[in-house]
Design a protein around this ligand. Sequence first.
Ligand code: NAD
Ligand code: DAU
Length: 334
Amino acid sequence: MKLLVCGGAGFIGSTFVRQRLLEHGDEVTVLDKLTYAGRKENFHDFAEHQSFRFVHGAIEDAAAVASAIELGAPEALVNFAAETHVDRSIAEPDAFVKTHALGTYVLLEAARANELRCVQVSTDEVYGSIESGSFTEQSPLQPSSPYSATKAGADLLVQGYFHTYGLQASICRGSNNYGPYQYPEKLIPLMVLNALHGDALPVYGDGMQVRNWIHASDFARAIGHVLERGVSGEVYNAGGPDEEANIDVVKRIVAATGASESQIDYVRDRPGHDRRYSLSSQKVRALGWEPRVRFAEGLEQTVAWYRDNAWWWEPIRSGDYRAYYERQYGRALA
Ligand code: NAD
Ligand code: DAU
């Protein structure tokens, strides 16, 4: 297949591109704005692949989208491009509205004009928080943060284009991803790198919020299943095999890194913090997908990857991320 992958320089997007190039023999053009979270380092092992092309540009820029389509002549578009950190959406929602609302609109117009099949990558956060049981694709959208509200808006726009114009588009909503190449503002890489450096481990509130962890390689394969076998107009949830409270995740990381539990620091809670996420994935399982990586094993591998790949995270941890960290946590990194 010839694919246009928007946001392919990020954590999950680059994982998906790697799979499609190396395991499926697809031709892939990536369009990415290279925000703080988008990095060419994520292409290090396939940048020279003959079926890989990169266009530096934003999804809200119609000219950049048109040149990526001209270069790659894709049959399908998979959209990962997004601002993805909930805390940043609380501090500065502007870019979230621009990328998720305007950017998705520009992509949908281009897909319509070029008759591209589309997969919109989305999140369990659009359903809000659930105390018990799991969200299905029929659950109402009740987003809680500027991040999840703008992601929900993008999903609704995709569905509007399907119903109004017959655009061939499906949506795949994932639960919390973890694995190599995740920017260290997110819980797991933040805690791993802080643990390795002897920094405090900032747990929000009581640490009893529950997340449904999925390895990024499993989510990327689910998106591939939806691309190849999903029905247009349909939503597919892809949740991981395990759920765990944040404090237990942090304790696992302390044990895996040889850090000390005395580094754990309970800090002010995130405003509007969702208590629990949980996805039912029966519909995507019916397409032949199932998660392969259990959390305990995947987390051990992820800790080892960060320990062994300082070349990847050192430029982040010594750059602008330090100022972000001070603003967010009110203290400097070691
Ligand atoms: P990420 O922050 O690592 O990567 C986002 C990528 O999008 C970056 O490469 C960035 O440069 C690019 N980007 C941002 N704005 C852009 C714009 N306007 N134009 C072009 N490119 C732009 O994010 P991620 O964790 O890999 O998430 C990818 C997608 O998966 C997002 O849509 C996110 O909502 C969704 N998702 C993430 C998770 C998770 O746990 N990380 C779970 C479910 C769904
Ligand atoms: O559920 C899918 C979503 O998962 C994705 O759509 C988002 O893009 C992704 O960022 C993630 O959102 P979360 O808010 O769940 O992930 P985050 O890693 O920011 O936080 C996970 C949990 O850990 C959450 O309950 C908040 C808590 N936390 C997070 C950080 C960064 C802490 O306790 N301390 C922290 O320092």
